[in-house]
Design a protein around this ligand. Structure first.
Ligand code: 5GP
Ligand code: MN
Length: 358
């Protein structure tokens, strides 16, 4: 699949083996799991808790691909409340979704998408044991390889890149529905082609997805550029209380804010609207590191962290029980917002990167 990339592609391929990316044996094993499914085999697709565009997009795109191959018994699910964030409610393949409580208890095959560790599967983690086989598709460097077969490519910009490669190996052609799912996933994880992970291969894949006839303007407006007026007002309030410490992280700077459950209730908003907040906070010129704390319980916060290249925030996240990518990571923090921020500060100096950045 990377043949068209020429000699530069070959160099990248060689480097991948060293980084523990999938090798030929992994691809062959993954392909075999699907090709050897019994005719009435039950496949359960699972993505991470609080699914984002890459989690849902890669899972549903792959599920539609399996359907095109003639697999009839497919369920897709994720842990927690079966609520799809409003911006993702236009995704093709949503009819594959079932609540986690209705998911096959003992599928022939379970396939996990965009989950770096078992803990991201919540109450569905038992399927790793009860399923006939477990396949993991992911792109987090921190992935713990918790499947029987693992297609984990830390060089891939999104899990959807891995999903598309496997579909191609299975002989599934891209159609407009599969492409829309994979495009949403790719644009989500590359920040609409703005992040460092936006390689020539990403644009090649985007070109092939667009060639199916999907409408990028409509998709972006729906997924990224639409939110309720209440969320606009909520953002105003939460951004208004942001704090900046230019001396944190060895002088690289830290900016942070927090949103409580009360904030959400006052503006009558659902938690997913807060996912976009980090993009407004990380604009801060004076800070390399940005954080948003989103309250999930009386003393519990889902923490999002971003870096512009001066700090490895995945190290901070892993040290505090979470995970993610070098420049985008998260964890669950306990205590008051101030206590959680203090714990982050305590990890920043140990996560500084050389001034030359990546
Ligand atoms: P976000 O801030 O967009 O929620 O997440 C950024 C990155 O960090 C994503 O790759 C996501 O998978 C990872 N991440 C966020 N929260 C957690 C967490 O609580 N645990 C782990 N392991 N990874 C997380
Ligand atoms: Mn992802």
């Amino acid at each position: 699949m990377t043949g068209a990339a020429g000699s530069a592609g070959a160099v990248v391929e060689a480097a991948r083996v060293d980084d523990g990316g999938p090798g030929d044996a992994d691809w062959a094993a993954a392909e075999a799991l699907i090709r050897e499914l019994p005719p009435d085999g039950r496949v359960l697709l699972v993505c991470h808790v609080n699914p984002d565009g890459d989690a849902l997009g890669s899972m549903l795109g792959f599920g539609l691909g399996l359907r095109r191959r003639g697999v009839r018994r497919i369920q897709a699910t994720f842990p927690g409340p079966p609520e799809v964030p409003e911006p993702l409610r236009g995704l093709p393949g949503l009819d594959l979704l079932v609540p986690s409580t209705a998911a096959y208890p003992d599928p022939d095959l379970v396939i996990c998408f965009d989950a770096a560790s078992e803990s991201r599967l919540g109450e569905l983690v038992d399927r790793l044991d009860t399923a006939g086989a477990a396949l993991v598709l992911d792109h987090h460097a921190s992935n713990t390889r918790f499947g029987g077969v693992n297609l984990v490519d830390p060089h891939a910009a999104a899990t959807s890149v891995v999903a598309e490669q496997l579909l191609a190996r299975l002989g599934v052609a891209l159609d407009v529905e599969i492409a829309e799912c994979l495009y949403v996933a790719l644009t989500t994880d590359t920040g609409s082609f703005r992040f460092e992970a936006t390689t020539p291969a990403v644009h090649h894949l985007a070109a092939r997805l667009l060639a199916t006839g999907i409408r990028p303007g409509d998709i972006s407006r729906r997924v990224f550029d639409t939110r309720p007026f209440g969320a606009v007002r909520l953002f105003g309030e939460v951004l208004g209380r942001a704090r900046l410490d230019v001396s944190a992280a060895g002088g690289r700077g830290l900016v942070w804010t927090w949103a409580t459950q009360d904030d959400l209730a006052r503006h009558d908003q659902r938690p997913y609207v807060l996912e976009a907040l980090i993009d407004s906070v990380r604009c801060t010129a004076e800070a390399d590191v940005s954080c948003v704390l989103k309250q999930t319980g009386p003393a519990e916060w889902a923490v999002s962290m971003r870096s512009k290249g001066g700090v490895d925030v995945s190290r901070v996240a892993v040290a505090l029980g979470g995970g993610g990518h070098r420049f985008a990571a998260g964890f669950t923090g306990r205590g008051t917002a101030d206590e959680v921020v203090e714990r982050i500060r305590g990890q920043l100096d140990g996560a500084l990167l050389p001034a030359t950045g990546a």
